[in-house]
Design a protein around this ligand. Sequence first.
Ligand SMILES: Cc1ncc(COP(=O)(O)O)c(C=O)c1O
Length: 359
Amino acid sequence: MDKKLINRLIKRENEGTLRSLSFYIGMVDFFSNDYLGYASFVTPAYEGIHSGTGSRLISGNPPVAEACEQVIATHFNAEAALMFNSGYDANLGFFSSVPQKGDTIVYDALVHASIRDGIRLSLARSFSFKHNDLDDLRLKLKQASGTVYIAVEGVYSMTGDIAPLEALIELAEEVGAYIYLDEAHSAGVFGKNGSGLAVELGVEDKIFARLVTFGKAFGSHGASVLGTEQLRQYLVNFAHSFIYTTALPPENYQRIIAVLRDENLEKKRLALHQNIHVFHQKMGYLSHQATPIVMLKAESRNELIRKSAELKSGLVAIKPIFHPTVPEEFEGIRVSMHAFNSLEEIELLCAKISGLSPI
Ligand SMILES: Cc1ncc(COP(=O)(O)O)c(C=O)c1O
């Protein structure tokens, strides 16, 4: 391999941030995004073919795909939904195709890598604003031109805090900007039956596009962009990550329908919130917003690595998150809570992380 590439790996190793793949078997799960426990939800075997077989625009559009999109649109109170193979693909597809040359994308400094990658593929200008800082957003909007898109997340994946959505909408309306809300970590968690933060606040009609993913709280795979029929038609025509890829297998759509229709969905969501409450109470995280994610900070990167290894040897599955996944000041140990974690498991976690405080 090119020496430059080898040097990049060596640099990461020296900094203690080299990524590697590892197993976490038989451990208590405080690291997955399976917030409601739907990853182990059993659905009847699918009675058809087991492959997408081609692009949605060619052979990969069985009736169950469109039926699923209708169920999704209804569930999340949207006019239309369009499935992508993942949330990564959906963000890439939206940002690479919707904002045009001369337009501006203003995005929260902590938005997910998939939004950033989509922005890199776009011909629009872009600026980031300080995380959840409306004053900084206001300043950045003054430099914007053309049609303006504001990209934010419902619950931030690495800090677990919530976007000030109502204030963002007010500001967007003032300047005529469109909001894109990534609900990867708020769908399933907020809103009745997990319909998301926008629906919980009753502001879904004021948001241009929402992203909901099915690989996290809903224990499946794939993601939908929610918006108008016209936006759906646009994405079908111009979003490369929708067009030039093999569609999801039909059983995936059937699974999403089954999860969204599960009569225990709301019960599981309330159990998740109960566990979040217990965890925050026990740790004294009283000012932390009630979301499944808490990022714990330590004095140094070495301390984070040491503490994570200690947790792993104590059979608690948790991982430290480093730059470049997050900016250096947000490096920490990411804890995610679930509906299925028992009180004993939460107590074990609390005992192991005492002394660490949230970002
Ligand atoms: C905020 C956010 N958006 C999008 C994605 C991508 O979703 P998916 O895992 O379905 O590709 C993630 C995944 O981690 C995420 O955290």
